[in-house]
Design a protein around this ligand. Sequence first.
Ligand SMILES: *Cc1c(COP(=O)(O)O)cnc(C)c1O
Length: 420
Amino acid sequence: MKRSQELLARAKKRIPGGVNSPVRAFSAVGGEPPFIKKAQGCWLYDEDDKQYLDLIGSWGPMIAGHAHPKVVQAIQEAAVLGSSFGAPTKGEVLFAEELCDAHPALEMVRLCSSGTEATMHAIRLARGYTQRDAIIKIDGCYHGAHESMLVEAGSGVATFANPGSPGIPKAFAQLTRTAPFNDLSMIEAQLKKGDVAAVILEAVPGNMGCIIPDKGYLQGLVDLCTEYGAVSIIDEVMTGFRLSRGGACEYYNIQPDLVCLGKVVGGGLPLAAFGGKAEIMNHLSPVGSVYQAGTLSGNPLAVAAGRATLSLLTPGFYQKITQIGDQVEQGLRSFVEDHGLSFARVGSMFTIFFRSQAPRSYAQVKECDFQAFGRFHALALSNGLYFPPSQYEAVFLSSCLGAEEIQFLVEGTKKSILSL
Ligand SMILES: *Cc1c(COP(=O)(O)O)cnc(C)c1O
C-alpha cells in the first residue's frame, strides 16, 4: 500500500479526510483505503497494482461491470460532439422515452446530476403540489445529503426528527417526521394529521445494509399515501434498474406517485432523475410553478453513458445477474449462519450482517457487532475482496462475475470469517 499511503497523506492536506465522500475514508472499519487507478469488469486495481474483486460497483452504478466497451464507446462518441450545450438535445428525449417505457411509475421524468438532487427536487415538487410542508422519512433510509433528509429519528415516541449533522437547522429537521421501516402504524398516525406532503423511502433499503420489506408493507404505504392525500415517493436511486428493469416498483408490483433514479441510470457518470405521474410532474417549472433547474442536467456524456448501459439491461441480463446472486447465496448463507451471522439478499444486492438474525429495521441493524465487521472488512480486503467499508451498506454484484470470481468471493469470504 505504499503509493496509496503516500497519496492519502497528501490528500489529507488538501481534501478534508483525503476523500470527496466520507465513506471512502474507511473510518467505519479502520484501516486505510487503497487509491484506485483503474477498473475493468468486476476487478479494481489500486496504485500499488493490487487487485480486488469489486463488491461495491461504485456503490451501485457499475451493474454491467467497469469500462464496458459499449459504454466507453458511447462516451467517446458523445465527447467528440461536445460535452455540454445548456440547450435541449435529442439524446435526452430518447432517454426520457426509454426511462418511461422501462419503469412502471414513470409517465414523465426530469434529469438531474445526483441522487441527492433527485430526492431534493422530488420533495420540493411534492410540497409544492400538495401545499403541505411535512415529510415522513423512514429510519435508516438514505436519500442524499440535504436539509430535509439528513436527519435522525427523535428519541422516544416523538417522531419529529433531529438534525443529522451540525449545519442542519432544527427548524428544517422538524419538518421531517420519522418512522421505522416495516411499520405502517406510525406512518398512518402521522398522515392523519393532514399536513404531510410526502412519504419517501427506499423500497429495499441498501443504506442500512440490505433490508427486506415485509409482504404488503410497500403496497400498504402507497395506499395510505393515497388515502391521506400525501405523495408517495419511492427512492430507487439504488434499486432502479438493479432489481429489475422497472426497479423495485416492477419487482414488488407497486405504483407510487413519484420515483427517484440515480446510480445505474447514469452508467457511472453523474446523472440522476426523478419522475412519476404527469399530473404531478407538470407542476414543475416552466409548465408549473415549482422551480427546479441544473446547468449540467441532461449532460450529453452522461445521457450517452446512461443509454448505453440501459441498452445492456435485457431480461436475459437480469436472469444472469440473479443467478450470480443465487450462487453467491448458495455458497455463503449456511456458512455465515453457522458462524452466528446472517445473510440478507434481494437479487444482486446482499449484506452479511454481524447479528444472528437479519435485521428488519434500523434499530436492529444498530445491534450488529461493528467491531467484528471492521475486522472482517480488513481481512477480506487482504484476501482481495473489496466489500463496502461499513456494516450499513450493501454489496452490489455485477454481471461480470463468472464461476471463478464467484468461487473467489465465496472462498475469500469464508476464509476471512474463519480468521476473525
Ligand atoms: C446513493 C443514494 C442517494 C444519493 O445519491 P448521490 O448520487 O450520492 O447524491 C439517494 N438515495 C439513495 C437510495 C441512494 O442509495
